[in-house]
Design a protein around this ligand. Structure first.
Ligand SMILES: Cc1cc2nc3c(=O)[nH]c(=O)nc-3n(C[C@H](O)[C@H](O)[C@H](O)COP(=O)(O)OP(=O)(O)OC[C@H]3O[C@@H](n4cnc5c(N)ncnc54)[C@H](O)[C@@H]3O)c2cc1C
Length: 422
């Protein structure tokens, strides 16, 4: 069986950054396995600008951002196999993959980095009633059709879901000559970045209807229209508000699901809130030597944060493979407090930190004028003012040396409290 110090599964931005960091931290035989025919992941189809502001201080398109890392991978001589599907990983780090050139291959890895990204939720996951005609696509599929394959999915479009992909596709379809009738969002707030609401909807006069959903699809061969409705506070459609909207296409942007079938089959502990593996400060899962980063761990809003997180995973994987991993045995559980849905990492060993790590988290609702608190066994050890926090934007707290020295107990809790409450 072939042996490698680090095997990275997935050649998207997470996998590329992790592989580069593993190589830079001393592993010479890193291998990336990618099922697509190119590396770059989902960025290959994201031809709009908006990537790289944090890492490069400039606005790049998705392919430009990916190519910067692709070039580094080539310059460092990191090997990658495209058109190669990983079928299985085992807890003792044997990776089984298949491609048409090598057939089935098995690789014994010193450490594995999971970087498989996520996939979109489809119509079945949201349970829309009505007929099942052609003309219903996930927003990412439509994006691939338009930006890579050169097909227009339709002319009169309704978009369900105001996450970033839905917002970006509203603008993209408009630029390509389609009429985007409206973007509907079941929640009372958008799941996307504020900048995308302004640049993708407001600038093009596309209405965003909050607390609205699609209750029925109509049409036999092709979508002819949808019935939309306002929802109440329990997200139930209000019958008096039903409205028929003629259209030929319904795009769904109703959430992303981390691709964790491989992880689950290897018995890696999965967080039911994020649907990604629990990880520690070095992005190691509960299974020793198996690391994870990027959208496979939790859905990120900006790819720059994927890169930053994935560098930690690559460095951690290299240290594990080279027998250089530090562990003090003193680990704290990191838990979400009031208003916070989840926190990554879920455990932390303060003495193993490099002080470039962060607590990354998302809130569960829109909050204004709050204090964010980090508590060590119930005692506040760090706080900062948060003027506004929304579920669509990831929040973070840097784990500085100063903060780490205060993490002496058994639990860390990150939560919000109203600024005017004691
Ligand atoms: C439509 C859209 C618009 C976006 N717009 C922006 C934006 O404007 N700005 C921004 O900063 N971010 C944006 N993002 C987010 C950004 O693209 C993601 O955060 C980033 O791509 C996640 O990187 P990743 O490597 O974790 O996942 P991915 O890019 O999804 O890469 C995962 C890779 O793993 C591979 N893989 C999966 N399973 C296997 C397997 N079993 N074997 C082998 N390979 C496998 C996949 O083929 C894929 O190449 C956007 C995302 C989307 C979908």
């Amino acid at each position: 069986m072939e042996k490698r110090s680090v095997v990275v599964i997935g050649g998207g931005p997470a996998g590329l950054a992790a592989a580069i960091a593993a190589k830079e931290n001393g592993c010479d035989d890193v291998l990336i396995l990618e099922r697509d025919s190119n590396v770059g992941g989902i960025l290959q189809q994201c031809i709009h600008a908006g990537f790289g502001l944090h890492i490069f201080g400039e606005e790049l398109t998705g392919p430009e951002y990916a190519s910067r890392f692709h070039e580094q991978v080539d310059a460092l001589g990191i090997e990658y196999k495209c058109d190669t599907m990983v079928l299985d990983i085992s807890a003792d780090r044997v990776v089984t993959a298949v491609n048409t050139k090598d057939g089935v291959i098995q690789i014994e890895a010193g450490a594995i980095v999971l970087a498989m990204g996520c996939r979109e939720r489809s119509r079945g996951a949201v349970g829309i009633g009505g007929t099942r005609p052609a003309g219903i696509y996930t927003a990412g599929t439509a994006q691939r059709f338009v930006n890579i394959e050169g097909y227009m999915p339709g002319k009169k479009i309704v978009i369900l879901g105001s996450g970033d992909i839905g917002l970006i596709m509203a603008r993209r379809m408009t630029l390509e000559g389609a009429e985007v009738k409206m973007v509907l969002e079941v929640m009372p707030y958008s799941g996307g970045l504020k900048r995308n609401i302004v640049q993708c909807l407001d600038d093009f006069g596309i209405p965003l209807r909050l607390s609205h959903t699609v209750v029925e699809v109509r049409g036999r061969e092709r979508v002819e229209g949808v019935v939309v409705a306002q929802v109440d506070e329990k997200r139930q459609p209000i019958p008096e508000t039903f409205e028929y909207v003629p259209c030929d296409t319904l795009l769904l942007s109703v959430g992303l699901i981390p691709e964790n079938e491989l992880s689950a089959a290897a018995d890696i502990d999965i967080n039911r809130v994020t649907n990604g593996p629990f990880v520690d400060q070095s992005m190691m899962t509960h299974t020793p030597g198996i690391f994870a980063c990027g959208n496979v761990v939790h859905v990120h809003d900006l790819v720059d944060f994927v890169t930053i997180e994935s560098r930690l995973a690559g460095r951690g994987a290299a240290q594990f493979a080279l027998g250089q991993r530090k562990e003090s045995g003193h680990t704290l559980d990191v838990k979400p407090g009031f208003g916070v849905r989840y926190v990554v990492p879920s455990t932390i060993d303060p003495s193993a930190l490099h002080y470039d790590e962060k607590f990354l988290f998302r809130v569960g609702d829109v909050y204004r004028n709050m204090i964010l608190e980090v508590k060590n066994d119930g005692e506040v050890v760090y706080s900062k003012r948060v003027m506004q926090a929304a579920p669509g934007e990831m929040e973070s707290v840097e784990i500085t040396k100063q903060l780490a020295e205060k993490l002496t107990g058994s639990t860390v809790e990150i939560g919000l409290r109203p600024a005017d409450a004691k």
